[in-house]
Design a protein around this ligand. Sequence first.
Ligand SMILES: Cc1cc2nc3c(=O)[nH]c(=O)nc-3n(C[C@H](O)[C@H](O)[C@H](O)COP(=O)(O)O)c2cc1C
Length: 148
Amino acid sequence: MIEFTQSEFLVETEVPHDELIISRTDLHGRITYANETFCAISGYEEHELIGKPHSIVRHPDMPSSVFTELWETIRQKKQWKGVVKNMRKDSGFYWVEALVSGVYRNGELVEFKSLRTPVDYETKLYHQRLYDKIRKEQGEKQRTVIYR
Ligand SMILES: Cc1cc2nc3c(=O)[nH]c(=O)nc-3n(C[C@H](O)[C@H](O)[C@H](O)COP(=O)(O)O)c2cc1C
């Protein structure tokens, strides 16, 4: 079982429709840039994010295989698109559709970038169920969820 000490893990932060959450990382996934919206939605100050692994916002509901696929895709210099549940500093959560791809300088891959937009309720529901199923199949820790 995953143990939470705060009840904020039940609180969702909605991503505004007119804003983009933007970040960049070095080739190892350490954050090199976070825009204001990313800071506001994740609840972190900019200085708390810069230099940290991007997994700082990883939510325990996310299956590992999603990120394995993300890294395989972007290392092949392709763009990865997916729906991600992230965790805020206060343990609340927010859902995004993320587009992750390389940043090139003189044709050389130097960083990765991610642009994130809001997702609708149906998409969140679909992915929550999908990710619960994948985590179960892959023997990862489970939340207790009862579907009626
Ligand atoms: C540009 C970029 C953006 C990323 N954005 C996120 C993100 O928003 N949330 C997340 O959990 N992981 C994100 N990742 C993946 C993390 O690097 C990491 O693989 C993931 O959080 C799983 O953590 P772990 O590999 O330590 O298990 C991103 C990676 C890159 C390169």
